[in-house]
Design a binder for this molecule. Structure first.
Ligand code: GTP
Ligand code: MG
Length: 511
């Protein structure tokens, strides 16, 4: 099979970068054991952006590698260092690319060099514990996770943007005509279907510069799939006018210019949508003596139908000036009626991604389903291995009114609460009445309200409780041993979530 060099339809899988995680870290200095939180924020992930590039004429690159991914944001670090911004991935596409989602909904029609579209937005970076600190929560022992970037499938379909489209039978001389009036050098040969992909040429006539495209030759039955031409008719959908290129010198029996033109018109009307385009007729190959004679014979008949007819020769250039000026006239008129598209920037966002406070609660067979931009984002930002982070999430949800709404709707303690899209919801047991603000009393990375679910934290708390009553010689480690509760926490500096973090290395069978 031949390797394709022109591709006008591809399915592309795009993934934006993940936001970097924020970090929980505590500033340590000799003789200053209680330094403040200094964990930096994660950087945002890079976005995937489509940009119309006039130098790109095919979607072939995407046919070869249909998966594209932007860079992830960098993680934050101690010492207030923020993670770097993940680089955007800019994908150049040809002018006239129509972008749709996998279900056939058109998202954008990309016309005009420089037009941009953000198809997949990078995830936000998570806040570090320095940014999360407040007067109530002076040294948070947790940080927020970066959010995943958008990931989706899009379909790109190229509809060449040309002002004039040439249509006609195979070998009528369409490519020869483009070569004669522009600098384009398409393949020309005396066998049918020489042209396999549209050719584009830039033509200047007087003060007007415009583009002309040809498409593979059409034959009778093209609209039913005969020949190649039908698949390419989408490339003339955007043209302001069509030019029939008719062969006056064909040796094929039974063919004549008028009938050829009728057959092509019939195929165009079966394709549909092109009825309103003005038509010109180029009677080609009049340098051949028989051709000129036949051209003369049919000119009047075609003119009587109201068509503007131009006897031309792509070989000798006769008549081409008149033809190109007539094209320019139509293009000028069309441009006056419909100004050329300017570069625009389009950002696709899910309808609800406006950061609104709206959320919904619905009872389903599986439990109470909570949907909303904020609750879902907060869940994605939460490190569920860190109780303080989970407590922070509970506080945020309560402040938004999620708990109140659940109670109003009749949710009972122990009911399942699912937050997020059915495919990847996070499930909680409903436990109302958890007061906000308890975090101030907890150790870093812990939240008293979750003690029963965290044996390690409970153990530590029991040791804490026994400390005031210990004998003078007893150390904390002795107390732990006496209570048969070995403790792994030491006065070491560590980044929460790092390998040194006791919560990280410690394996609690019950968790
Ligand atoms: N004598 C003469 N021959 C021409 C003229 N225009 C094209 N031809 C010849 O006709 C043959 C077909 O020309 P193409 O330009 O390839 O025709 P086409 O319409 O692009 O054909 P497809 O791409 O197959 O649809 C070639 O051998 C050309 O040299 C002309 O004005 N005079
Ligand atoms: Mg051709």
């Amino acid at each position: 099979m031949a390797v394709p060099t022109f591709v006008d339809q591809v399915t592309l899988h795009v993934s934006a970068g993940r936001g970097g995680n924020g970090v929980a870290s505590v500033h340590r200095e000799k003789f200053k054991p209680l330094g403040g939180p200094d964990g930096g924020n994660g950087g945002p992930g890079g976005s995937v952006i489509l940009r119309v590039d006039p130098d790109v004429t095919t979607l072939i690159d995407y046919h070869h590698s249909p998966k594209r991914r932007a860079e992830h944001g960098g993680h934050g670090a101690g010492g207030h260092r923020n993670g770097g911004h993940g680089a955007d991935l800019v994908l150049p596409i040809p002018d006239g690319t129509v972008v749709s989602d996998g279900r056939g909904n058109v998202l954008a029609d990309m016309v005009g060099p420089g037009t941009e579209m953000v198809v997949a937005s990078g995830g936000r970076g998570g806040l570090g514990n320095a940014a999360l600190a407040s007067s109530k929560r002076k040294a948070p022992g947790f940080a927020l996770l970066g959010e995943p970037g958008d990931e989706l499938e899009i379909v790109l379909e190229l509809k060449v943007v040309a002002d004039i489209g040439l249509v006609g039978f195979p070998s009528a001389g369409k490519s020869s005509l483009i070569a004669a009036i522009s600098r384009a050098r398409p393949k020309i040969a005396d066998y049918p279907f020489t042209t396999l992909v549209p050719n584009l040429g830039v033509v200047t006539a007087g003060d007007t510069t415009f583009t002309v495209a040809d498409v593979p030759g059409l034959i009778e039955g093209a609209s039913e799939g005969r020949g190649l031409g039908h698949d390419f008719l989408r490339h003339i959908e955007r043209c302001a006018a069509l030019v029939h290129v008719v062969d006056t010198a064909t040796m094929e029996p039974g063919r004549n210019p008028v009938e050829d033109l009728d057959i092509i018109e019939n195929e165009l009307s079966r394709y549909g949508g092109l009825e309103d385009r003005p038509r010109l007729v180029a009677l080609n190959k009049i340098d051949v003596p028989d051709g000129r004679e036949i051209g003369d014979m049919v000119t009047d008949e075609l003119r009587e139908r109201g068509l503007r007819v131009f006897p031309v020769s792509a070989a000798s250039s006769e008549g081409l000036r008149e033809l190109t000026f007539a094209m320019a006239e139509i293009v000028d008129r069309a441009r006056r009626e419909k100004p050329v598209a300017e570069a625009t920037r389009i950002v696709i966002r899910p309808a609800s991604a406006d950061g609104s406070d709206e959320f919904s609660v619905k009872e389903t067979g599986e439990g109470w389903r909570v949907r909303g931009v904020k609750p879902e984002r907060w869940v994605r930002q939460t490190d569920f291995g860190n109780d303080e982070a989970v407590g922070f999430l509970a506080d945020r949800l309560n402040r938004l009114g999620v708990e109140t709404r659940l109670l109003q709707l009749g949710a009972q303690e122990g009911d399942a609460v699912l937050i997020g899209h059915p495919d990847d919801a996070v499930v909680f047991d409903f436990k109302p009445g958890i007061d906000a603000g308890a975090e101030v009393l907890s150790r870093r990375g812990e939240d008293q309200r979750f003690d029963e679910t965290r044996p390690a934290a409970r153990r530590r708390r029991e040791i804490d409780a026994a400390m005031p009553d210990r004998s003078e010689t007893e150390t904390r480690a002795d107390v732990a041993r006496r209570l048969d509760k070995p403790e792994t926490y030491g006065p070491k500096s560590y980044e929460i979530g790092s390998e040194d973090d006791p919560d990280w290395t410690e394996q609690d069978p019950g968790e």
